[in-house]
Design a binder for this molecule. Structure first.
Ligand code: CS2
Ligand code: MG
Length: 405
């Protein structure tokens, strides 16, 4: 079997996605997600202009060799664009391997280690009534774990709370010639958030697993304070408390709080997180198939994490396509140290462009029994949604200083 063709499909059904479609000389196709929110065309070009010419004629079954060939052969290693491009090839080849074997991908990854994959959703609100309504709506959908994000009095639009709250949709990337700018004040945030969780616990009880995303914005000592202040509310995890590249920052946080910590959605290789994992500075690693080099590399990260008691918590926002969600759920079903899976529901049109076998029911995801990933792409429908430049917001402090978003 040889790779005969590889096409990059860029489509924008409500938001931009880049997808690699690999076709073998037997006509078997495989899909890989190549979406890096706000920089989609960079990955599309990396694939089209530099990687696709190398794939034609290769044996699609040689997944590991292809991974090493693309990683080591590039010389310029790591980084979000390179690793998303490698990821797209890797996931597409795993998809092909599953289809040829006639098995759902999780069966090639060791088979099921559990019956279903616990999912968490995103609840948010500009105020407590809206937040309560958002939580209630997601509980009614069957979710058993809920991420809580709230507006902060005195600040305008901030991460995780958007106009789409009422519909449960929140898309951070804005279509337009320039990024939107948001204003941030960590002290106002730190004063406000503990009270939000106190009220959520009063309203929804002590049992419901609650998560929160600080989205890279705190200094180590601010993160330590927030972790301590949230301990009475028994969070499932507190995410991205500090900028992820500063791996040692979490040593100070860990000394001051027992609130479980999660980090890693912006990581793109095992080297970005191996110190965090080996020093047990985190409880959950958030890496995803599209951003961390595909299934081949992601399961290496989860394998390292297992040695140190760190569990998975793969990133699953609307800016990873159903291809990545499917890869995540197959891997989540199989690995021994699964923690939880983020599940932001895509818009219906996205599910039409990417029909998929994975399902959500009663709080759990399951990849389904279709061979391979269990995802396809409706290319005719995809073509009706051409790319539209969109940027993630830029964050500034109240004095105008550029800051982490
Ligand atoms: C967020 C992401 O889901 C999360 O945990 O951190 O939604 C993140 O803001 C987006 O992926 C950025 O594109
Ligand atoms: Mg996050």
């Amino acid at each position: 079997m040889k790779i005969r063709d590889a096409q990059v499909i860029v489509t924008s059904p409500g938001r931009n996605f880049a997808t690699l479609k690999v076709t073998t000389d037997d006509g078997v196709t495989g899909l890989g997600d190549a979406t890096v929110n706000g920089r989609e065309l960079a990955v599309a070009s990396y694939l089209r202009d530099h990687v696709v010419p190398l794939l034609i004629g290769r044996d699609p079954h040689r997944i590991e060799d292809t991974w090493q060939f693309l990683y080591k052969g590039a010389y310029w290693r790591r980084g979000p664009v390179t690793m998303a491009a490698i990821a797209a090839v890797d996931v597409a080849l795993w998809d092909i391997k599953g289809k040829v074997a006639g098995l759902p991908l999780y069966q090639l990854l060791g088979g099921a280690s559990r019956d279903g994959v616990l999912a968490y959703c995103h609840a948010s609100g500009k105020d407590m009534p809206e937040l309560f309504d958002s939580v209630q709506r997601h509980l009614a959908l069957g979710y058993r774990a809920v991420r809580i994000q709230s507006a902060v009095p005195g600040l305008g639009k901030i991460y995780g709370v958007g106009d789409g709250v009422a519909s449960g949709r929140y898309e951070p990337a804005f279509r337009g010639p320039l990024p939107a700018e948001e204003t941030w004040d960590s002290r106002a945030y730190l004063r406000h958030i503990p009270g939000v969780f106190e009220k959520v616990r009063e309203r929804f009880g002590a049992e419901l697993p609650l998560l929160h995303d600080a989205h890279h914005r705190l200094t180590p000592v601010e993160a330590a304070r927030l972790g301590k202040d949230l301990e009475p509310y028994d969070l499932f995890w507190l995410e991205d408390v500090t900028p992820a590249e500063d791996q040692d920052a979490l040593r100070l946080v860990r000394q001051h709080t027992t609130t479980p910590l999660a980090i890693g959605e912006v990581f793109n290789s095992i080297w970005d997180c191996e110190r965090l994992i080996r020093a047990r500075l985190i409880d959950y690693i958030r890496t995803s198939a599209v951003h961390a080099g595909g299934i081949t590399h992601l399961r290496r990260i989860f394998g390292l994490a297992e040695l140190y008691g760190v569990k998975s918590g793969s990133h699953g926002p609307t800016d990873v396509s159903p291809v990545t969600m499917a890869a995540a759920v197959h891997l989540d079903l199989a690995i021994p140290n699964f923690g939880i899976q983020e599940h932001m529901r895509h818009e219906p049109i996205v599910d039409e462009v990417f029909p998929h076998a994975y399902r959500f029911a009663d709080g759990y995801l399951h990849p389904g029994e279709a061979s391979g990933l269990g995802v396809s792409i409706d290319e005719e429908l995809a073509a009706r949604y051409p790319y539209e430049r969109a940027y993630l917001p830029v964050n500034r402090l109240t004095d105008g200083t550029a800051f982490d978003w």
